[in-house]
Design a protein around this ligand. Structure first.
Ligand code: SAM
Length: 311
């Protein structure tokens, strides 16, 4: 049954007097679970998992261990990358009928680099209440263990595998915030090599197996990390936290790039992208490290090709 059919059915039931309220939908609970150590579950997560009508899990075999450990007897169903649309529709129908559903991922917070994101969007689009039961997330734990600046950071999840990968790495070259990545062990050495090629020899924290027996954090330059993992088979789960580009170095590199473009073209570029003339001059001046007056003079000298007055 499609979501629209569920709504129609509900309307029919209401008009036939079978239900009192037209749209008392259930709540979708986004329940964070431990990323290793089971003691990291929250009291509220246990309470929620016990009380909902359905638990939709990314990996039911994994989640059953968690449920058994905490004595949670509940209806478990699978919701993963390969059934997220079809199963998502079904979950929305159940919510429409008034059932409460909890989403749990393999580990950590659903919705962060896993199919949880999709069901959250579907629920919101259907006017269903979404409630977050916060808890561990590998990205945040990795960031704080890295020792790198935490005030400004960017989460990139897994780097794309396809053609977008190069483009993404190019973009990251200019990223001044601390960068957080997830990576699978069998791709680690390749990714470290690419990070070194694109970003240069920055500092990285390789955070492995957090909250588990073999938890380890290596805080080293990328070149050293590559050396280590060239000769070592990586085991376990990894978060990579990479130092952002230095503001000053980044600024100089951009200035150098812009200096290859004539000032007039530079300003026209911003005008074409929707800025008014003054704004475009201001932005171009900033990019080039010039004053607005100099940018303006430069444009005039390039534009004014008339013969000077002869009187
Ligand atoms: N939603 C999850 C979260 O919020 O943590 C992340 C899901 S993502 C599919 C799984 C990735 O998270 C792993 O491949 C690994 O990069 C990272 N990860 C999960 N648990 C970890 C742990 N205990 N130590 C290090 N990295 C971990």
């Amino acid at each position: 049954m499609m979501v629209k059919d569920a709504i129609r059915k509900r309307l029919t039931e209401y008009t036939a007097g079978k239900v009192n309220k037209l749209m008392e939908t259930g709540t979708l609970y986004i329940v964070a679970t431990p990323i290793g150590n089971l003691e990291d579950i929250t009291l509220r997560a246990i309470k929620t998992l016990k009380s909902v009508d359905i638990i939709a899990a990314e990996d039911t075999r994994q989640s059953i261990k968690l449920l058994n450990h905490f004595g949670i007897e509940n209806k478990l169903t699978s919701y993963h990358e390969h059934n997220k649309y079809k199963k998502g529709e079904h979950i929305i129908e159940e919510l429409m009928k008034g059932k409460d559903v909890a989403i749990v991922s393999d580990a950590g917070t659903p919705g962060i680099s896993d199919p949880g994101e999709e069901i959250i969007k579907m629920a919101i689009a259907n006017g269903i209440k979404v409630c977050s039961i916060p808890g561990p997330s590998a990205a945040i734990s990795g960031l704080i263990l890295s020792g790198l600046p935490t005030a400004r950071f960017v989460f990139e999840g897994f780097l794309p595998a396809d053609k977008k990968r190069r483009k993404r790495l190019e973009e990251l070259k200019h990223e001044t915030r601390t960068i957080i990545l997830y990576e699978a062990p069998h791709k680690l050495a390749r990714t470290l090599g690419e990070l070194l090629d694109y970003l240069g020899n920055r500092n990285i924290a390789i955070v492995r197996e957090m909250t588990k027996i073999f938890e380890e954090v290596l805080r080293i330059p990328l070149s050293e990390a590559l050396e280590i993992y060239k000769n070592k088979v990586p085991k376990g789960e990894f978060v990579l936290v990479i130092e952002g580009a230095k503001e000053e170095a980044e600024l100089n590199e951009r200035r150098q790039e812009w200096s290859k473009v004539p000032v007039k073209e530079h300003v026209e570029f911003y005008i074409k992208s929707g800025m008014d003339r003054m704004e475009a001059i201001k932005q171009a001046a900033k990019d080039r490290g010039m004053s607005k007056r100099d940018v303006y003079r430069d444009i005039i000298s390039q534009t004014d090709t008339r013969e000077p007055d002869r009187d």
